[in-house]
Design a protein around this ligand. Structure first.
Ligand SMILES: Nc1ncnc2c1ncn2[C@@H]1O[C@H](COP(=O)(O)OP(=O)(O)O)[C@@H](O)[C@H]1O
Ligand SMILES: O=c1ccn([C@@H]2O[C@H](COP(=O)(O)OP(=O)(O)O)[C@@H](O)[C@H]2O)c(=O)[nH]1
Ligand SMILES: [Mg+2]
Length: 219
């Protein structure tokens, strides 16, 4: 059916446009929580078990920081070390490109876990400006745990992560940014009934059992 439709259309529509029109709209789960809450760990486990692509905004920014010739590398480095949130124009371009590249390679890969974004009002506005209507936000997975647990996990991670922000000084700033800027975004989504809160203070496996139950329920 699709084959014959394609053969008919190819005479009039450029094939790349035809391919784009066949693509599913990206289905997005935002993954939020404090620094060290376990977002990345749980996203990896989701990817092992379900058909999602994990896009960590922080990882994309760190890759851009390291890219030779990047115009934004120094700015990104400063923001990360200071625990501040990079202007959304930079982050949204990286996210959009990563989503497009994933779907161009395999059009069945239209489910995304967007980890660590949107972290503030600027991020939210940037997402809306660029992505509204182009992607569906299914829900928000919120990994909730105390600041103390977050800090201890990041300090432990800092022994081997090589990250410039897994130290006490940066962490105090990151926690402040999280409380002042990111929590209000989670609350906004909460009012829309989109937040699925998970107690992230338990073991990796216990947390994942809850994640699984949510994903199975949401379909
Ligand atoms: N449930 C958990 N219990 C204990 N340690 C955890 C748990 N989840 C993650 N960790 C560890 O805590 C650190 C932060 O986890 P990570 O997944 O990178 O969090 P985030 O992406 O939210 O900053 C890592 O060193 C990770 O191995
Ligand atoms: O959308 C984003 C995501 C991350 N960051 C920056 O990258 C850092 C690390 O983010 P990441 O999500 O990797 O940290 P995690 O919460 O996983 O420890 C943040 O503190 C910010 O400085 C940002 O500016 N915008
Ligand atoms: Mg992370």
């Amino acid at each position: 059916m699709i084959g014959s439709l394609s053969a008919g259309l190819c005479h009039s529509v450029p094939s790349f446009l035809y391919r784009v029109s066949l693509m599913m709209k990206p289905q997005v789960v935002f993954v939020l929580g404090g620094p060290g809450a376990g977002k990345g760990t749980q996203c990896s486990k989701i990817v092992e078990n379900y058909n999602y692509t994990h896009l960590s905004a922080g990882d994309l920014l760190r890759a851009e920081r390291a890219r030779e010739g990047s115009e934004d590398g120094q700015l990104i480095a400063n923001y990360i070390k200071e625990g501040k949130i990079v202007p959304v124009e930079i982050t949204i371009n990286l996210l959009k490109r990563a989503m497009e590249e994933t779907m161009q390679k395999d059009e069945k890969k239209f489910r995304f876990l967007i980890d660590g974004f949107p972290r503030n009002e600027d991020n939210l506005q940037g997402w809306k400006k660029v992505m509204e209507g182009k992607a569906d936000i299914k829900f928000v997975l919120f990994f909730d745990c105390s600041n103390e647990v977050c800090i201890n996990r990041c300090l432990e991670r800092g022994k081997s992560s090589g990250r410039t922000d897994d130290n006490r000084e940066s962490l105090e700033k990151r926690i402040q940014t999280y409380l002042q800027s990111t929590r209000p975004i989670i609350e906004l989504y909460e009012k829309e009934g989109k937040v699925r809160t998970i107690d992230a203070s338990r073991s990796v496996d216990e947390v994942f059992a809850e994640v699984k139950a949510i994903l199975e329920k949401e379909g």
